[in-house]
Ligand binder design. Structure first.
Ligand code: CP
Length: 310
């Protein structure tokens, strides 16, 4: 089987994405069937930037499949602190593991790793660029809770400039029929122009607004909230000015559509008030569970173990 990596959600065709999501659903409903599919396999999780969900869900995914996990979650305790390059690190990790998930603060670092790797490399988030496995998680959540990936109006709210999950989700969902985006952000955190240019080229309808209010939310099927990411700001003053720009609370939910789901890649800070957690439309903790199934399906796909007879 040819070596495949996942750097961007667009590395998978629409057909492959749909097949992977089908597999994730099968895994959700038939956990026992997959419990030994990766016996003897190992995943290396190389995290040069903090994470809770992505790293743990990759490790849980591999363990659920019968495999094991190794890696580091703090590059300062690895030989990176001695100056080892990403290229050299992945060369040796290729000797220890069967597949690797890498998060790095620099855009493109997992791509560099993939060029030197003899095992599949998964981009687990690179700077403000892409987060393809969050996108697979998000798509599985949307498909499971809304019943479709077509004919949707998706609102994305918060830090749309640095939010890699937002960029990946827009690119992926733009490939499905009749998708509209409502981009809700302060002027300073608008989605990068390369993303809007692509939407224009593809004829994807979108509008950019600042307020998160009844008028903005009235047609939304999905409201995707995001955190203003302190770690991406050069200037503390700008962060402080932006951080509480949006707070989704019970009052706002009261004027939102009754069938609108609320998603968030997490972690959240203040942008969703805890009182919203008990609202049946709050989907962000379900999303975490879907993330495990999506990553299980991805591991199987990249290792060529997605079919029963392999
Ligand atoms: N959604 C996400 O990437 O969360 P972590 O930063 O905790 O991995």
């Amino acid at each position: 089987m040819a070596l495949r990596h996942l750097m961007s959600p667009l590395d998978l065709s629409v057909e492959e994405t749909n097949r992977l999501l089908d597999l994730a659903v099968d895994i959700e409903h038939n956990r026992d069937k997959y419990a030994h599919r990766c016996d003897g396999k190992k995943i290396a999780t190389l995290f040069y930037e903090p994470s809770t969900r992505t790293r743990l869900s990759f490790e849980a995914a591999m363990m659920n499949l019968g495999g094991k996990a190794l890696g580091f979650h703090d590059a300062s305790t690895s030989s990176v602190s001695k100056g080892e390059t990403v290229a050299d690190t992945i060369r040796l990790v290729s000797c220890y593991a069967d597949i690797c998930a890498m998060r790095h603060p620099k855009e493109g670092a997992p791509l560099v790793a993939s060029m030197y790797s003899t095992i599949p490399v998964i981009n687990a988030g690179d700077g403000g660029h892409q987060h393809p496995t969050q996108t697979l998680t998000d798509m599985l959540t949307i498909r499971s809770l809304k019943g479709r990936l077509e004919n949707l109006t998706i609102g994305l709210c918060g830090d749309l400039k640095f939010g890699r999950t937002v960029h990946s989700l827009i690119e992926s969902m733009s490939r499905y029929k009749n998708i509209r985006f409502v981009l809700i952000s302060p002027e300073e955190l608008r989605v990068p122009s390369y993303v809007t240019e692509e939407m224009k080229e593809k004829g994807i309808p979108y509008k950019e607004v600042i307020a998160l209010n009844e008028e903005t939310m009235k047609d939304l099927d999905v409201l995707y909230m995001t955190r203003v990411q302190k770690e991406r700001f050069f200037n503390e003053e700008d962060y402080v000015r932006m951080k509480d720009f949006y707070i989704l609370d019970a009052a706002k939910m009261a004027v939102a559509p009754k069938d609108m789901i609320v998603m968030h890649p997490l972690p959240r800070v203040n942008e969703i008030a805890p009182e919203v957690d008990k609202d049946p439309r709050a989907a962000y903790f379900k999303q975490v569970q879907y993330g495990v199934y999506a990553r299980m399906a991805l591991i199987l796909t990249l290792l060529g173990l997605d079919k029963e007879d392999k």
